[in-house]
Design a protein around this ligand. Structure first.
Ligand SMILES: *[C@@H]1O[C@H](CO)[C@@H](O)[C@H](O)[C@H]1NC(C)=O
Ligand SMILES: *[C@@H]1O[C@H](CO)[C@@H](O)[C@H](O)[C@H]1NC(C)=O
Ligand SMILES: *[C@@H]1O[C@H](CO)[C@@H](O)[C@H](O)[C@H]1NC(C)=O
Ligand SMILES: *[C@@H]1O[C@H](CO)[C@@H](O)[C@H](O)[C@H]1NC(C)=O
Ligand SMILES: *[C@@H]1O[C@H](CO)[C@@H](O)[C@H](O)[C@H]1NC(C)=O
Length: 539
């Protein structure tokens, strides 16, 4: 035990509840810092009615003398399903090292050591407090837990591999948050994945589900192939894999064809580059060369400086409104030109609307896609939900040496792949996304970055204050809760470890039907509406 770490708690215990609350409120920003020091929680992602949680350093050894306590909830009226993917806590008695679940009606655990632990718990509440505590130990991975509401009885954890299942066809529910859990996948969305690959991570890689949402996956098991080619997609790197007996594929909604681009006239750019080759001839890196399937150099921007704000773009006109579910990009593809785009955002519009930026569902912020990491290999990113638009722009944010791109859009006609889940996002006027439609399209986008910057700060400062206040409030709430719980054997230590307490909040409540609205303040123009149709979410 580290005496210093407990000092604050002992002081707090000696004081009355009123003084304690005051202390907590005043020291709220300090508490945040202390949490990071003593916090035994690791990876944590939650979304509406599912999520993933691990102990610190998982699957490495969790720290000595640490606590992780979180309250997880699913929408009211639903029951919680907890699934332990892994439990490895070094203790035989569960006295100082344990995992414990406490709901309003029941207690599950404490679990530790080599005891048999239920793989799945179906609670009869929608809320549970997860508590993990460690004393002094040498080894132990800790735990990996996934949860979902009872709407998803086929919940699996992030650690399930296709080789765990015998059926040739099955459907499972992946929780939010499996992307960053350690574990390999081999293969790709076209040829399939080696059966030793993690199912949920592969589904994120394939663009079937988004990491921040989770969702239903439909799996087909097939005979293996001799080699599995890896590719970077949706922030997940799959490795090359060798021969296996079996492989698996995901059933898709049929909206993953290449939206082939007609020669010329359909691709434009903010600028382009001309280089001189060894025989003294000019080589034009024009926008027309941005087609991924074509040989030769890519499109490259005229300006190579690395320190200006992103304002170059590559624009594709699909001729009519289409459903775009993904994009594949490469860099220059020329070994003597080590140019590639490391990250980008997507803009899109229709005939007479303004440019909008593709945003994340969870935080409603501009979504920055992870692009290429070399000049040669293609990288795929998927749009969940898809973009429905006629014009799209790839707007590079960071790049290596010079912006150079080849692209291929993936999608289908608007009437195909109809999963008829409609997400209606209504952009507010401050939205970072809206840019003036430029009349002189060949000119770089007028620099609006400065005004955008101000908008962000005016929103961000009150937000930070609000968060601080909420934390202070939670601190007070926690303090009273802990006082009440003193009788419980596993609750008594809590008061000494208030700095490890956190509560999970959900970005927004679940809506009852498949169709719902994410709305932001004032909506003035119908043209600012962005109608998106979710793709594979219903599997
Ligand atoms: C469900 O909750 C009630 C109390 O509300 C409790 O008596 C009962 O044992 C619980 N059932 C299960 C299966 O946990
Ligand atoms: C915990 O502390 C003991 C002795 O102080 C040390 O041997 C051990 O390596 C520590 N464990 C971890 C996981 O840091
Ligand atoms: C330079 O470019 C010209 C015209 O595109 C081509 O004919 C020639 O082969 C190129 N030379 C080299 C060394 O690549
Ligand atoms: C958009 O413009 C094209 C021609 O430029 C036209 O064929 C198409 O019908 C227009 N679409 C809408 C929705 O107005
Ligand atoms: C697409 O979904 C809508 C709404 O459910 C339905 O009315 C329409 O018939 C569907 N279209 C196709 C081509 O499946």
């Amino acid at each position: 035990m580290v005496p210093g770490a407990r000092g604050g708690g002992a002081l707090a215990r000696a004081a009355g509840p009123g003084l304690l609350a005051l202390l907590l409120a005043v020291s709220a920003p300090l508490r945040l810092q202390a949490e990071e020091l003593g916090d035994g929680c690791g990876h944590l992602v939650t979304y509406q009615d599912s999520g993933t949680m691990t102990s610190k350093n998982y699957p490495g050894t969790y720290p000595n003398h640490t606590v992780c306590e979180k309250t997880i909830t699913v929408p009211k009226g639903k029951r919680l399903i907890l699934r332990l993917g892994d439990l490895d806590i070094e203790s035989q008695t569960c006295a100082s090292d344990y995992l414990l679940f406490t709901s309003s009606s029941d207690q599950y655990g404490p679990y530790c050591g080599s005891m048999t632990v239920p793989k799945e718990l179906l609670l009869n509440t929608s809320e549970v407090t997860v508590r993990f505590e460690s004393g002094s130990h040498i080894s132990g991975r800790g735990f990996l837990l996934t949860y979902a509401s009872s709407d998803h009885p086929d919940l699996i954890t992030c650690l399930e591999r296709a080789s765990h299942y015998l059926k040739t066809e099955y459907s499972k529910f992946c929780p939010a948050g499996c992307r960053d859990v350690a574990g390999d996948i081999s293969g790709n969305m076209v040829d399939g994945y080696r059966d030793t690959s993690l199912l949920c991570k592969a589904a994120i890689h394939a663009g079937i589900i988004a990491d921040e949402l989770g969702g239903q996956i439909s799996v087909l098991q097939r005979k293996g192939i001799s080699r599995y080619e890896g590719i970077l997609a949706n922030g997940v790197l799959s490795r090359d894999g060798s021969l296996s007996d079996k492989r698996f594929l995901f059933t898709s909604n049929g909206c993953s064809r290449s939206l082939s681009l007609e020669p010329d006239g359909q691709i434009r750019a903010s600028s382009s580059w001309q280089s001189v080759n060894e025989s003294g001839d000019q080589v034009h890196w024009s926008p027309g060369q941005a087609r991924l399937q074509d040989q030769g150099p890519s499109w490259a921007s005229g300006d190579s400086s690395n320190n200006h704000k992103p304002r170059e773009w590559l624009e594709i006109d699909l001729g009519e409104k289409k459903k775009i579910t993904g994009i594949r990009t490469t860099g220059s593809t020329q070994s003597n030109f080590n140019f590639y785009v490391k990250s980008f955002v997507m803009n899109f519009k229709n005939n007479n609307s303004k440019w909008k930026t593709y945003k994340g569902i969870v935080n409603n912020e501009e979504k920055v896609f992870q692009g290429n990491s070399n000049f040669r290999d293609p990288v795929q990113n998927n749009f969940i939900p898809p973009i429905v638009a006629r014009y799209v722009r790839v707007v590079p944010q960071t790049w290596h040496q010079r912006i150079a791109l080849k692209v291929e859009l993936i999608g289908c006609q608007i009437t195909q792949g109809n999963d008829s889940l409609v997400w209606r996002k209504t952009s507010q006027s401050t939205s970072v996304s809206t840019k003036k439609e430029d009349e002189t399209i060949t000119r770089p986008v007028p620099s609006e970055e400065t005004s955008i910057g101000i908008n962000i700060t005016t929103v961000a400062i009150p937000l930070v204050l609000l968060v601080v206040l909420v934390f202070a409030g939670m601190g007070i709430f926690a303090a009273f809760r802990k006082k009440k719980k003193k009788g419980s054997p596993y609750g008594s230590a809590e008061a000494q470890k208030t700095d490890c307490w956190k509560q999970i909040k959900y970005p927004f409540a679940r809506h009852q039907s498949a169709e719902f609205t994410i709305s932001y303040d004032n909506e003035k123009e119908m043209t600012q509406k962005l109608d998106l149709i979710t793709s594979d979410m219903a599997g």
